[in-house]
Structure formats: C-alpha cells, structure tokens
Design a binder for this molecule. Sequence first.
Ligand code: FAD
Length: 381
Amino acid sequence: MNFELSDEQRMAVETVRRFLDNKLEPEIRRHGERFIPKPLMKEWTQALTGYGHITAPHQEQWGGLDMGWLTHLLIFEEIAYSSLDVAIPGFINAVGAELIRRFAPETIKQRYLADLVAAEKFVSLGISEPDVGSDVAAIKTRAVRDGDFWVINGEKTWITNGAYSDIFICTCKTGENEVTHILVDRDESEYEVRDIQKMALNGQSTAQIFLTECRVPVANTIGRVGDGLRNTLQVFEIARCHMAMWSIGIARRAMDEAIAYARDRAQHGKKIAGHQLIADKIAIMATKIDAARLLTHRAISLVQAGTRAETECSMAKWYATEMAIEATRDALQIHGGNGVTREFIVERLVREAIICPIPDGTTEIQKLVVSRALTGIQAFR
Ligand SMILES: Cc1cc2nc3c(=O)[nH]c(=O)nc-3n(C[C@H](O)[C@H](O)[C@H](O)COP(=O)(O)OP(=O)(O)OC[C@H]3O[C@@H](n4cnc5c(N)ncnc54)[C@H](O)[C@@H]3O)c2cc1C
C-alpha cells in the first residue's frame, strides 16, 4: 500500500487549502451559522468545483476532472476543515451524480449529470421517513404506475439539500418487496419542502419532503425497477467514506485549535501543552485521526478499484465519526471555560461532531454490517 500522495493530489490539497484560508473561510465566518440561501450556497459550491469539489471523481465528459474518489476525499477533508455547512451540498451532488452515472438511462445522464457536477443544479437523495430510518427496506412511500407515469405519495425526512434541491431522487416502494429509485424534477413535478432545525449544521438544508399525487414520467426511473436497495448499498459505500472524511476534517480542525490554544495558554507556571494530561489528549487525537484516515483511504481505494468494500467502508464510517466526538470533546476540554463560548470554534465543532454517527447508517448499523461479514450470520432480521 502506498501512503504517499501523488504530486497531483498534493497540489490539489494545497490549492484548495489556500483558497479556503485566504478567501472562502473568512466569508463563511462572516456569514456565521445562519442558513445560507440557495444563490449564495450555489456561488460558494461552484467556486469550489474549480478546486475539485464534486468535479474530481467525475469524468471529463460530464465536466469532471477524472482524478478519482480518493482525491475527492482529500479535497473534501479540507472543505470540512473550514466549513461542513459548505462542504455538504457538494458531497450530496457528487454522490447523487454517481448514482445517476452508474444506473440511470442515457437520457437522464445527458439531461442532469453535467449540471450536477457543475453545481448548476442541486440534488437530494431521499430514503428516510418519519417511521423508517435504519430499516431501509421498510419504507412506505409508494409509487404506482399510471400509463407512462409514476404517481408518488409519501413523506421523506432528514433530506440533506432538501430546500436547495432541483431534483430529488426518491426511494419508493413500487411493489410488495420492491424498492425503486425515481428522479423527481422539481420544475415538472411539485413537492413540498420544510426545513428541520438541528443542534448544528443549520447553514445548509436538512428537510422534510412531502409528495402528494406527484406525477413523474416512468422514463425518470433510475436503475431497474426493484433494484433500488441494491443500488443504494453501492453508493452508500462512497457516501460512508465521505461521512468518515467530514469527521476527520472537523477532528483535525479541533486538534489544530487545541494545539494552538495549549501552546499559548499558561497555568501553574508553564504552557498547558507542557502538562502531561494535556499532551496525552493531543497525542491520542493525532493518532486516532490518522487511524481514521488510513481506514478511510483504504476503503475508498478499494471502491475506486471497483471492488465491493462494504465492510471496510462501514469500519471507516463508524470509527471516524465516533473518533470526531472524542477529539472535539477533548479539544473543548483543553480550551477550559473558553471552549464553551462562541468566541472559539471548538464549541461549534463539538455540536457538529455529535451529528456525524447518524446519517448514512448509524454506528450501530455499521457495526452490524462489520460483524455480519465476519460471522456470516444475518444481523438485521
Ligand atoms: C443531519 C442528517 C442528515 C441526513 N440526511 C439524509 C438524507 O440526505 N437522506 C436520507 O434518506 N436520510 C438522511 N438522514 C437520515 C439518517 O440516515 C437516519 O437518521 C439514520 O439512518 C437513522 O435512522 P433514524 O433516525 O430513523 O433512527 P432509527 O433507525 O429509529 O434508530 C434509532 C436508534 O436505534 C438504533 N438501531 C436501529 N436499528 C437497530 C438494530 N437493528 N440494532 C441495533 N440498534 C439499532 C440506531 O442505531 C439508533 O441508535 C439524515 C440524518 C441526519 C441527522
């Protein structure tokens, strides 16, 4: 296994870092944690596409840079380091575009892929419902055929990019045990969106989506009817690596903030970085961040090579997301009382980190996936 980044990857990371430090992060800081309206989110996300956000893994034919998923994760880590709110919409576009690239008919690819890669349009992906989270197969949103149309009724919740979305890839029941992806274009088929307030990440949109007698051309079906679950599991591998990487981004930021503070703050006659219990926390943070990064790089390298890597992606996701909670919490502790004020960003990082283990399969679900692979015994039903 090669642990060195290529020159191209190193340059991509350095370039996006410079742009974030010198230009984008100060602007985002001035905006604060308030909701970022769609035109501004589009402007920021589009600026980042020039540095490989969304574009890195996708092919030139669709406006991408063809640099692979690992490079995308490296760039994504840098954006998450500066602002998760701004990193997230492009992450969903990158994954949504991949779902379309792998499974959609050519007409759908021609119609939407380039716009998603350029962040000209935003996509959202809807599985979760008020009564259905971890048990994806139990979804209730139903699509019924009526000639050349699907008629969709149901309610989705926790949908990232919901308010921004121009298109919504809705996971629907199309038969008793049949789950299918259907693309709903908001210009043609109306759906109602209501944003959800959370403890953090309110700069971007997480929303409920209501579909009532929503008529969608059958031509908008993505993948074969009944293949929705199987196809979801494939793109989940990529999504889970991104969840791992966003956690690594905020954990690394927390560590850097903690190191700067510990080198500056003096108590008991010396800098607190010199106290062994503080040094212990910093050493653990650094080591666990690297461990999470290695798990994530391995997982995405397997995906990039075309190998199914469900177990490796689940390991990376649960380990990195739980690690981020510990790292941000320790960083806050190193800041003492200052850590709980809005003057220092570790307070925000703690609130963001605690969300990480939930989307794209909770920690419990990831552990069931890993243990199922080891024991061979069905873990869910
Ligand atoms: C910020 C955010 C963004 C999200 N974005 C999206 C999105 O874009 N699209 C989308 O479709 N969804 C999205 N989600 C939803 C997310 O995927 C679900 O919240 C998640 O899958 C868990 O489902 P749930 O919340 O219904 O919890 P539940 O499934 O009800 O689980 C509750 C608890 O029980 C545990 N549990 C459940 N089953 C088992 C089991 N078999 N064994 C052991 N423990 C179990 C869970 O781990 C959890 O701790 C998002 C969620 C959040 C918070």
